[in-house]
Design a binder for this molecule. Structure first.
Ligand code: SF4
Ligand code: SF4
Length: 244
């Protein structure tokens, strides 16, 4: 593979369809205020135990928060995302973003990767082939060339780190306290937006609510029991378990 990637957005709008867009806490507040639905996605891991990818230890630890789980401790990563099962509510009839100047950070960053451990692979992106055949150089070697884009990615990572305690407190206030194990799946919740907005108006402090982990795999269940975690395999009523 070439160590140089060029890119120019063709404006096809594919990345604005069928993708839940991760939001910072401030963006989630704005999304809720404008009448949008937020989806909450949760995955967790044991520090230096099951679920933590050893090569991404620092990155995943910094964007996670420790919670009580049975007799053990779980680190949870919480994503608030714009719920976009189909076309984004801001995509107009001409496939243009109607909030372009105020669009979320992640929309500005795509198709670049936010996770420093993920190399950009055009084949994994929605952009059509011609988008990669024109425009300025985006990647040279392993370096993202565009300084502005690098700053946006850093801002996104920073928000992930700064927002995580508040996001966990918001989840606990809403009774969202079941995670999945990172690498095995995640739990997905669609909170009532009136309740979500009310909690966001005055972010609570974490109440140290007891968490559980949804796991269905027998071998994994035995492994997690050894770490004292509270597990559940019950058919969920209030969330979906999205297994890998
Ligand atoms: S906010 Fe705009 S750029 Fe982001 S997904 Fe929606 S339409 Fe696309
Ligand atoms: S999928 Fe790629 S080319 Fe199409 S609008 Fe999104 S960023 Fe642009």
């Amino acid at each position: 593979m070439s160590d140089s990637i060029r890119f120019a957005c063709t404006g096809c709008g594919r990345c604005c369809t069928g993708h839940h867009v991760p939001l910072t806490l401030a963006e989630a507040r704005q999304w809720a205020l404008s009448g949008g639905q937020v989806i909450v996605l949760i995955e967790g891991f044991i520090a230096d135990g099951p679920g933590i990818p050893a090569d991404q230890r620092e990155h995943v630890l910094r964007r996670s928060y420790p919670v009580s789980c049975g007799a053990g401790q779980l680190h949870v990563s919480v994503t608030f995302a714009a719920f976009n099962p189909g076309r984004c509510r801001n995509l107009d009839a001409d496939d243009l973003c109607s909030i372009y100047d105020n669009r979320p950070l992640v929309c500005r960053i795509y198709p670049a990767e936010i996770n420093p451990h993920l190399p950009l692979r055009p084949e994994n992106k929605d952009c059509p082939p011609e988008a990669w055949e024109q425009g300025p150089e985006l990647i040279h070697g392993k370096l993202l060339v565009d300084e502005g884009l690098r700053a946006l990615i850093e801002a996104s990572r920073q928000a992930d780190r700064e927002d995580i305690a508040a996001k966990v407190a918001i989840c606990e206030a809403l009774g969202i306290t079941t995670s999945a194990l990172k690498g095995n799946g995640f739990t997905a919740w669609l909170p009532d937006m009136a309740a979500f907005s009310a909690v966001l108006e005055q972010v609570p402090t974490a109440v140290d609510a007891p968490w559980s982990v949804h796991v269905q795999d027998a071998e994994l269940t035995a492994q997690l029991h050894q770490h004292g975690l509270q597990l559940t395999a019950d058919t969920p009523l209030y969330y979906a378990f999205i297994g890998f």
